[in-house]
Design a protein around this ligand. Structure first.
Ligand code: UDP
Length: 233
């Protein structure tokens, strides 16, 4: 039986220099590495929106916190379309699915339909977050990973795993290959937000934290000798 993986792509990873929301070459790299690395895995993506807007930005400017979060969720849909466009250009079937049905943008989330697409090799991108303010796309990733029965949640980050100290300040900091959910909690290592973390622990879904900004890392993360740190029960 093919493995089922859920890859969380941060919005920032798609961003360009000097605050531009998109860097075309990064979108191409992310998608091409996914296509190289996925082999026969059933693959779903959750994409963030941090390259465009996060709800906290509107709140900080005096706006309504919930409306800011809705703006953030719309931003994730824009990113989902950017990735879908590239997959379709490469001849890879891809559907954008979300809690908000928007004709020509996102199909309404339907778990059985998603299963059929995954079984058929279609890449499913969950855009639009959970549909609720006060959540993040990390939580969306944990939720959807639980719903599709993912074997592992791949958390693309800008660090290459979890360390026992800050590697930028301590040259002797040690990177873990594996670490338990309990250890991460006890030592307050920041992996994902607490809601996401709790869901993965509850549903026994391992989280692999890896550096998706390194060339080749996404392809490797989808394969047998994946890099990074695995958080497990
Ligand atoms: N968001 C939300 N509910 C969700 C998912 C996302 O309100 O279920 C909003 C929230 O404002 C968040 C923004 O969408 O800041 C973009 O998501 P996130 O910050 O997780 O993106 P990333 O950091 O991965 O780019």
């Amino acid at each position: 039986m093919a493995r089922t993986l859920l890859l969380k792509v941060s919005g920032e990873a798609l961003g360009g220099d000097s605050g531009a929301p998109f860097k075309r070459s990064e979108i191409e790299r992310v998608c091409s590495e996914i296509l190289i690395g996925r082999s026969d895995t059933r693959l779903a993506l959750v994409v963030g929106g941090g390259n465009i807007i996060r709800g906290a930005q509107l709140k900080a400017a005096g706006g309504d916190a919930c409306r800011g979060d809705y703006m953030g969720m719309m931003a994730t849909l824009i990113n989902a379309l950017a990735l879908q466009d590239e997959f379709l250009n490469e001849g890879q079937a891809c559907e954008v699915v979300g809690p908000h049905f928007i004709p020509n943008v996102a199909r309404a989330y339907d778990r059985r339909q998603v299963k059929e697409w995954l079984d058929a090799g279609t890449i499913v991108i969950f855009g639009g977050g959970t549909g609720h303010p006060f959540f993040t796309t990390d939580t969306t990733a944990a939720l959807r990973a639980s719903e599709i029965g993912a074997d592992e949640l791949l958390k693309g980050s800008n660090v290459d795993g979890i360390y026992d100290d800050d590697p930028r300040e301590n040259a002797d900091a040690k990177r873990f290959d594996t670490i338990s959910f309990d250890e991460v909690l006890k030592n307050q290592y920041r992996v994902m937000d607490q809601t996401a973390f709790a869901l993965c622990r509850e549903n026994q879904i391992n989280i692999r934290v890896f550096n998706m900004t390194q060339a080749g890392a996404i392809a490797a993360a989808l394969g047998d000798n994946a890099p990074g740190t695995v958080v497990c029960v």
